[in-house]
Design a protein. Structure first.
Lengths: 205, 648
């Protein structure tokens, strides 16, 4: 056997390979990971902006009352629980359980919407506005960016619910579910960095 | 209907299945007529549109430059008012840097990626069309400012506080800020597409050490885009918030920091410089060796140099800010990082020189541009290293020396690479050769004009002339050098005009090119010129870096298989392979032509126009319409096997 033959047979063309958009081999899976990378960079620059302005204005940066953990801690727990629900939903469809997917997605949506609701309550409760001072600008802009991402995630979850109801997903074909769920985990992880920045660091100084 | 979740690849060839090309053509061809034109997702069509549009912006930006050069030709010029001059130099910078330099490279990579990788399209064909339409829409959006007499007037760097509402009350900066956020969408999805294509759509056997350098250049730049562009989009969005909603990010009177703008902007804009030259360096690294009849010297080193240039490019942004009074330690660190970046750049330069030295150059027009690229890169690089030194920079900052430097970098390493690439790949794109005689005449006009215009600007800078002044008094003694630069600029413009004529003549009645006029080794030259709509009748299998030169190079006994391979003809299909080793991994169903990319672009344009004029109802409706369009775009398809067929 010559080496040229060896090259041709190095490639396993005789093996059956998946067709279409199967799970983590779907192009969308790769696309979502790259979207996550660039979005992570966006939030990195947002937090850079916070710390940069905090350092330049140190001493007179924070509002008189430090941000309250009263609502923020339970809300954070809520968002983390939503990630668990999303994971549970995805694990369901991997076993072909469409009902479990529906229940898990619904739970995720509810938790996400409640998170947004509590965030809005926090907004209404603040004694300052976005145009009051630099801290106010940062608070509303950064939490607003994150809230928009949660809202976007909720819309994606609703699309999944619709499509699942129409019978589009099964054990083999559910790439869209994986793509949305990884995005949802990302949005939750981003919240932890924002939570740490706004609610924990004031107590560290 | 039961759907096949898995399939074995059929191995065949055109010789064994003569009907195959007709079947594929039927599957892949864009429909004729207006609907076909607006819905086409063919990467070749989109690539050419990108290149043509970018060249139009190059000509517009060039005309803006010529008007400024007339104004500056003599002391006390009266042609332009200060405000007109401000708008012109801002538009000139925005046009060349954002609407020409990257889009023209995106055009080449869109056209070439699937062809050099052995695929039938990009990984996300509809996203590809979308990135083109958004680019056009964002360009039109920014240029629409001229219609209301309020073009951006604060330079492409757009420093606060001058860009804030108090000092710049018109809509000028709103056009620019929103236009850049809009354009960022195009740039980002384009980068995602390039990266996904490289990771997934390489022909079987094309492991990452067998990639052409132009693929490395664009891939590296795309990774840079994912990390850098958010900084710009954010900076421009925060600026718009400051101007519109009364936030306090950049206004020092209320706790904001003007320098925050400079940080965010240069964190983006310095990597951007590498983003708009690395793909061009990649094109030269591929074309030059072919014209020297040998492989590139130091392939691995050039690849590592490309990647490390991009990585280091993220650690040098403060060298644009030495004159802002930053702490000495910070300046020293960034000065050091800026010196270090010369090492990977020098590797590429020596690799090109060695390739010419050890090769047998054929003095075509494309070779002229690729060879001229080297000394221009050295001049632009050395003047850059000079400004990387803090004491020298304090002297040279904001003088014409910097104007000379950045034009040597951007024209030398972008435009010369692009023109070399144009003469090199034009035959592949059109099936016609560009005229060599006219091409070489045009090259010398461009080369002489460019150097006459910009070499003296180093001196203008040493003489102390600041950038961005609309005129200067006669006693300054700057009249002579400025007149020389103006004459050079017109010679350069004449050369570019000659190239345009060269292209128009050759599109009409150029010599037929044939599949491989340069006797080149890479996959794009294995198919006809122009290539068929499906690119490859059978997916090639790759055994080396130079599939078409294997017999003569004799690097190994392994042979690529270009004629016999997987036949994918059960619908619009291409082969996905694994990320590192490029082993067959999945059969991808590719999307058909689609009107959604253009529809979503137009809805986004409505949304951004609403933001511009503060029409919040339009913003709300535009957002809802965009979401609806996205749902329509992403609606799963049974036929494309994205979803289960259980209910069918």
């Amino acid at each position: 056997m010559t080496e040229a033959d060896a090259t041709a047979s190095e490639m396993e063309f005789d093996k059956a390979i998946p067709v279409g958009s199967p799970g983590h081999k779907a192009s969308g899976w790769f696309g979502m990971w790259m979207l996550i990378v660039t979005e992570a960079a966006l939030f990195l620059y947002l937090l850079f902006t916070y710390y940069y302005l905090a350092i330049w204005n140190s001493g007179h940066f924070l509002p008189p009352d430090p941000p309250s953990l009263h609502l923020a801690v339970p809300n954070t727990a809520l968002l983390l629980a939503s990630s668990v629900a999303a994971w549970w939903a995805e694990a369901g469809i991997k076993r072909g359980q469409r009902r479990r997917l529906t229940i898990g997605l619904l739970a995720t949506v509810v938790l996400g919407v409640v998170f947004i609701g509590i965030q809005v309550l926090e907004w209404l409760d603040k004694p300052f506005r976005w145009d009051t001072d630099t801290y106010g600008s940062l608070y509303y802009t950064i939490t607003g960016f994150h809230m928009a991402h949660v809202a976007g995630g909720v819309l994606m979850l609703l699309a999944l619910l619709l499509w699942n109801g129409m019978g589009f997903f099964d054990r083999e074909r559910h790439a869209q579910v994986s793509v949305v769920v990884i995005y949802w985990h990302f949005v939750d992880a981003v919240w932890l960095t924002i939570f740490f920045t706004f609610y924990i660091t004031p107590f560290l100084s | 209907m039961s759907l096949p979740y898995e399939r074995r690849l059929t191995i065949s060839s055109v010789a064994a299945d003569p009907e195959l090309p007709d079947r594929l053509e039927h599957i892949w061809k864009t429909k004729p007529g207006l609907y076909g034109w607006i819905s086409s997702v063919d990467h070749k069509e989109i690539g050419i549109r990108y290149i043509v549009t970018a060249f139009i912006f190059l000509l517009v930006g060039g005309i803006e430059a010529l008007i400024m050069r007339i104004q500056l030709a003599q002391p006390d010029g009266q042609l332009l008012s200060p405000e007109q001059y401000n708008q012109l130099f801002s538009l000139h910078g925005i046009t060349m840097i954002f609407l020409y330099a990257l889009p023209v490279l995106s055009g080449f990579s869109n056209y070439l990626f699937p062809l050099v990788l052995g695929a039938r399209d990009m990984a996300f064909p509809r996203l590809n069309a979308f990135s083109y339409w958004v680019y056009v829409a964002a360009g039109v959006f920014m240029y629409a400012s001229i219609a209301v007499g309020a073009a951006p007037n604060n330079g492409w760097f757009n420093y606060a506080p001058y860009a804030l509402k108090d000092y710049n009350p018109g809509p000028n900066m709103d056009f620019y800020a929103l236009g850049m956020v809009f354009l960022g969408v195009s740039t980002t999805v384009g980068a995602v597409n390039s990266l996904a294509t490289v990771m997934r759509l390489r022909a079987p056997g094309m492991s990452i050490n067998r990639l052409p350098i132009l693929v490395w250049g664009t891939t590296t730049a795309s990774a840079g885009i994912l990390l850098a562009v958010p900084a710009a989009s954010l900076a421009f969005f925060l600026l718009w918030l400051d101007r519109t909603a009364g936030t306090h990010f950049f206004d020092a009177r209320t706790g904001g920091q003007p320098l925050l703008w400079q940080h965010l902007f240069w964190i983006f804009a310095h990597p951007w410089v590498y983003i708009i030259v690395l793909p061009a360096m990649g094109m030269v690294s591929d074309a030059l060796p072919i014209l020297c009849r040998r492989p590139l010297v130091g392939y691995t080193l050039v690849v590592l140099g490309t990647i490390s240039t991009m990585a280091l490019g993220f650690g040098v942004w403060v060298h644009h800010m030495f004159a802002t009074g930053l702490p000495f330690l910070a300046s020293s660190f960034f000065s050091g990082a800026s010196f270090v970046i010369t090492i990977p750049s020098a590797i590429a330069v020596f690799a090109w020189i060695a390739t010419i030295w050890f090769g047998r150059p054929i003095f075509t027009t494309a070779f002229h541009y690729c060879a001229a690229f080297i000394p221009l890169f050295v001049i632009g690089g050395v003047s850059g290293v000079m400004t990387a030194s803090v004491p020298a920079d304090l002297q040279l900052h904001d003088t014409y020396f910097v104007v000379a430097h950045l034009h040597y970098v951007l024209i030398g390493i972008n435009l010369f690479g692009v023109l070399g690439g144009l003469y090199f790949w034009f035959p592949k794109m059109t099936g016609k050769m560009l005229d060599e005689r006219l091409g070489r005449i045009a090259f010398w006009i461009v080369f002489i004009g460019f150097n006459v215009a910009f070499l003296p600007m180093h001196l203008t800078g040493f003489m102390g002339m600041p950038r961005r002044v609309y005129t200067y008094p006669a006693v300054s003694g700057w009249g002579g050098v400025n007149m020389v630069s103006t004459v050079g600029a017109f010679i350069l413009a004449f050369g570019i005009g000659t190239i345009v004529i060269n292209i128009i003549i050759s599109v009409g009645r150029g010599k037929a090119a044939g599949p491989n006029p340069w006797d080149a080794p890479t996959l794009e030259w294995a198919v006809s010129s122009p290539p068929p709509s499906y690119n490859f009748a059978v997916i090639p299998t790759i055994a080396s870096r130079h599939p078409l030169w294997e017999e003569r190079l004799g690097e190994s006994h392994a042979r690529s298989s270009l004629d016999v391979g997987p036949v994918l003809d059960q619908g619009k299909e291409t082969l996905a392979t694994t990320v590192i080793d490029a082993e067959p991994d999945a059969i991808l169903k590719m999307p058909d032509d689609s009107p959604w990319p253009l529809a979503l672009t137009m809805l986004l344009a409505v949304l951004f126009t609403g933001l511009l004029v503060h029409a919040w109802i339009i913003v709300g409706m535009g957002t809802l319409a965009c979401l609806a369009a996205l749902l329509g775009w992403l609606w799963p398809s049974h036929e494309k096997l994205q979803i289960s067929g259980a209910r069918q």
